[in-house]
Design a protein around this ligand. Structure first.
Ligand SMILES: Nc1ncnc2c1ncn2[C@@H]1O[C@H](COP(=O)(O)OP(=O)(O)OP(=O)(O)O)[C@@H](O)[C@H]1O
Ligand SMILES: [Mg+2]
Length: 459
């Protein structure tokens, strides 16, 4: 996001998007929000951030020993997975999520897991009293002596506690509730939030502690505060809730030390969050395998295969000439492209139909390998013909309707077999004799072009 900066000591800043200007605007020129410009001081902004980059003496890159700071596993398996295989020491991780999704629960459980390894954790809560946190800890069965609590919202006091307890891990729940004496007049503003965050990061890097910051998110689902906040930290994770089976998904939006497409899956219960070890089972447990408009796609989430259900509803549109195309969990441009290919190659009249596409369980598919599954769901719903029972579908669709090969074929096939699927529709080019392991009941159907889809729906 382009943010205009000026050199004046006093300036105005939008509390929604962080846009800065030398004069007041009733409406933010960048995000168009009304009455969001607040007065701020930015003279020390750059200084505040500069400390974080100050690493002291000069070192040769080749002489730095990476083993001196190995990653630390928290023991909360799905959390470690999303971080890229454990915590990188002295990193600062921002975790955002809707109110009540379970952010405090997750970090209290992570704290307990760390304390169990004899690590000292300082937990700051500006939103709940010590008694409320204790009630949660009792509910979750946490009794660790290595967790220290602190609930007043002052940055100066937090620093004092850090100096005294010398924790290895610091949890800040939430960063929006922490204020500094220096920026007290601007309390609640974007400038204050940025200064406090910069000071926390500076402290973390200087004295060598790992920090987890919990952040509020806006109505639009973005982390509240300027985008610069996300640039300042090492990783940004989103914790997202799904009503289905009380699932909670943790995904990385940014990670300096790990992949972005790895997803952590938890189940929330009265006893807290449990890492889901076999997410496919949870994701596809409620499916009606014979319903028209569905397809099971063996997706890759980082290094892990996850069978995911794609559903489509194609119905006659009341808006002649301007039908709706809604995609949840899938790119809407790609959906529009696939619809056009189907219209052209299969001569199905989508132009007069509304199309709704949903990837169930709150999953998001960003792989082109899901094209054929999306096409199957669309065609199956349009023609009201169920897909083959117990089948999985994969393949990228080109603009001429041809099927293109996909990556990680072996891993995807193995997962389909493990979950008891009997048929796999895949690009003809990949349907070689050795593609399926021997001694399994699964059979492969080669798909050369999207035209082949119709004859392989259930008749
Ligand atoms: N007794 C309970 N039984 C089952 N689930 C519970 C119970 N108490 C709390 N929860 C779950 O925990 C969630 C609240 O968790 P938590 O307070 O960690 O969320 P949070 O994201 O930190 O919320 P906030 O944004 O308000 O700080 C509830 O939405 C609910 O799903
Ligand atoms: Mg909370």
């Amino acid at each position: 996001m382009a943010t205009k900066r000026t050199n004046t000591a006093t300036q105005f800043e939008c509390s929604e998007c962080g846009y800065q200007a030398a004069k007041y605007f009733g409406r933010c020129p960048q995000c168009q929000a009304w009455n969001t410009m607040v007065e701020s001081e930015t003279g020390n902004d750059e200084e505040a951030g500069a400390g974080a980059a100050d690493s002291g003496s000069l070192q040769r890159l080749s002489e730095i020993d990476p083993a001196a700071a190995p990653r630390r596993l928290t023991g909360v398996g799905e959390f470690d997975r999303v971080l890229g295989g454990g915590i990188v020491p002295h990193s600062v991780v921002l975790i955002g999520g809707e109110p009540g999704v379970g952010k405090s629960t997750l970090l209290l459980e992570v704290s307990a897991a760390l304390a169990q390894q004899d690590r000292t954790v300082l937990y700051y809560s500006g939103e709940e009293s010590a008694q409320q946190i204790k009630l949660r800890a009792d509910r979750l069965g946490i009794r660790s002596a290595g967790i220290f609590l602190f609930t007043s919202g002052s940055l100066e006091e937090l620093k004092r506690h850090v100096r005294e307890t010398r924790p290895e891990f610091l949890i800040i729940d939430s960063i929006q509730t922490l204020t500094s004496r220096k920026t007290a007049p601007l309390s609640g503003s974007i400038a204050s939030l940025r200064n406090v965050t910069a000071e926390v990061i500076d402290m973390a890097k200087k004295i060598g502690i790992t920090v987890f910051l919990i952040g509020h998110i806006t109505k639009e689902g973005q982390l509240a505060g300027p985008k610069t906040l996300e640039h300042m930290v090492d990783a940004v994770l989103y914790f997202q809730g799904e009503t289905q089976a009380d699932l909670r998904l943790l995904r990385a939006e940014k990670n300096r030390f790990g992949p972005l497409n790895e997803i952590g899956i938890f189940q929330m219960s009265e006893k807290g969050l449990t890492s889901v070890n076999d997410p496919t089972q949870v994701l596809i447990q409620n499916r009606l395998s014979t319903a028209p408009g569905t397809a099971i796609f063996p997706a890759m989430s980082g290094t892990r295969p996850l069978l995911t259900e794609v559903q489509a509803l194609v119905s006659e549109s009341p808006f002649a000439g301007n039908p709706r195309r809604i995609a949840i969990g899938f790119d809407s441009y790609r959906l529009a492209m696939l619809i056009s290919i189907i219209e052209k190659k299969l001569r199905l009249p989508f132009y007069k139909s509304d199309v709704f596409l949903n990837v169930t369980g709150g999953m998001v598919i960003r792989e082109a390998a899901a094209d054929l599954a999306v096409c199957q769901a669309l065609v199956s719903s349009c023609k009201s013909i169920a897909p083959r029972p117990n089948s999985v579908v994969l393949g990228e669709v080109g603009l001429t309707g041809e099927l293109r090969p996909v990556s990680f074929l072996e891993t995807r096939v193995k997962e389909a077999i493990r979950q008891g699927f009997l048929t796999i529709l895949l690009p003809a080019a990949q349907c070689t004799p050795g593609v399926l392991p021997k001694n399994h009941d699964i059979s492969a159907i080669p798909i050369e072009s999207i035209r082949d889809l119709l004859e392989h729906l259930n008749k």
